[in-house]
Design a protein around this ligand. Structure first.
Ligand code: HEM
Length: 343
């Protein structure tokens, strides 16, 4: 008896220690649980043939953002619209409708990154992968989470101009957004987290003007509505408004605080706080930035794998804005013109 009662406390403490170890293990693995990656992509794809890839991208972008912070949302917006557009393998596509508002400086930066990488590693890294890494670093370097990007995408041989009709519009309500994003396997948490991409950057008058004129949307804050009318004389004005009025250049959770205060810019943003399916998620992200960062990172990993080409599909472009066959035609024409000019 005596020996049993003497050994009990140590047994309890052993049990307690084991439980603590177990709990901390589950906590750690839960924090690291990432969405599955599609066949053909990997976390270490360029380890042998371009080991410095991620350092090249991060260091270059750090310098770019010092001069022009607007390029950070430009690069994330570029990735978001290209991916949701179903054109992940068309990172340079600029002609189709939703991409018309992409910042030209951000597209130039992708081209500079491509040249820098090509200089060090040869033509081995796709423009689609460079765009995905640039989007991740745009988030991280402005205060957001760091997260791994699965790599190994290939660039498309053509420019895809279909699938644009399934894209959510800034005028859509949550029912439409959830349906369209649901078709791409995103749940309500993914949708609310990805919308948090609107925590920095700007939008043109045409994307929100109808919320303030001729009839004002009852869900918009009065001061914001007045300010937006002052910025935009009409829908076709080329002016822009900040997507997040609190911290327009930071990647943080203030976008959700905006929504709580009826200060979201688009209907597709503000309605997330009206719809009972998404309202609690908005509230939880407004209260807990760590939770938002975790859900955003996972949703980005999911989004970055939409309609990707891998393996022997597609190509590695030598210039991101054109396919190799087109760039061959262009360079041949230029050479010919050059030759003609010599005579
Ligand atoms: C419901 C889906 C979405 C809709 C309806 C939507 C709509 C828009 C619109 C209309 C603009 C303004 C474009 C302009 O006028 O220049 C914009 C900008 C932006 N979007 Fe989205 N978007 C969606 C999802 C996303 C996602 C998933 C991300 C990234 C995770 C994202 C990140 C951005 C960023 C960063 C900008 C600012 C771009 C800049 O400042 O150049 N959006 N979005």
């Amino acid at each position: 008896m005596a020996s049993a009662s003497a050994s009990s406390p140590s047994l309890y403490s052993l049990l307690l220690i084991s439980l603590l170890i177990l709990a901390s293990h589950f906590h750690a693995s839960e924090a690291q649980a990432r969405p599955p990656i599609v066949k053909g992509l990997s976390w270490t794809f360029y380890q042998s043939n371009c080991p410095n890839l991620e350092t090249i991208v991060r260091n270059h972008l750090r310098n770019v953002f010092k001069v022009d912070i607007g390029q950070a949302p430009g690069l994330l917006g570029c990735d978001g619209s290209v991916l949701l557009n179903g054109t992940a393998s068309n990172p340079g596509e600029k002609e189709t409708r939703p991409n018309q508002t992409l910042r030209p400086e951000a597209l130039k930066t992708i081209e500079v990154l491509r040249a820098l990488i090509q200089q060090q590693c040869g033509r081995v890294v796709s423009c689609a992968d460079i765009t995905a890494l640039a989007a991740r670093d745009a988030v991280f370097l402005t205060g957001g989470p760091d997260f791994p990007v699965p790599l190994g995408r290939r660039d498309s041989l053509t420019f895809n101009v279909t699938e644009t009709s399934n894209l959510p519009s800034p005028f859509s309500n949550t029912t439409v957004v959830l349906r369209q994003m649901g078709a791409k396997k995103f749940d309500a948490t993914d949708v609310v987290a990805l919308s948090g991409g609107h925590t920095f950057g700007r939008a043109h008058c045409g994307t929100f003007f109808r919320r303030v004129s001729p009839v004002q949307d009852p869900t918009i804050d009065q001061t914001l509505a007045n300010n937006l009318r002052a910025i935009c004389p009409n829908a076709s004005s080329p002016n822009t408004a900040d997507l997040d009025l609190r911290t327009p250049n930071l990647f943080d959770n203030k976008y959700y605080v905006d929504l709580l205060n009826r200060q979201g810019l688009f209907t597709s943003d503000q309605d997330l706080f009206t719809d009972p399916r998404t309202k609690p998620i908005v509230q939880s992200f407004a209260l807990n930035q760590t939770l938002f960062f975790e859900k955003f990172a996972n949703a980005m990993i999911k989004m970055s794998q939409l309609s990707v080409l891998t393996g022997n599909q597609g190509e590695i472009r030598s210039k991101c804005s054109v396919t190799n066959s087109k760039s061959l035609i262009t360079s041949t024409v230029v050479e010919e013109v050059g030759e003609i000019a010599q005579f």
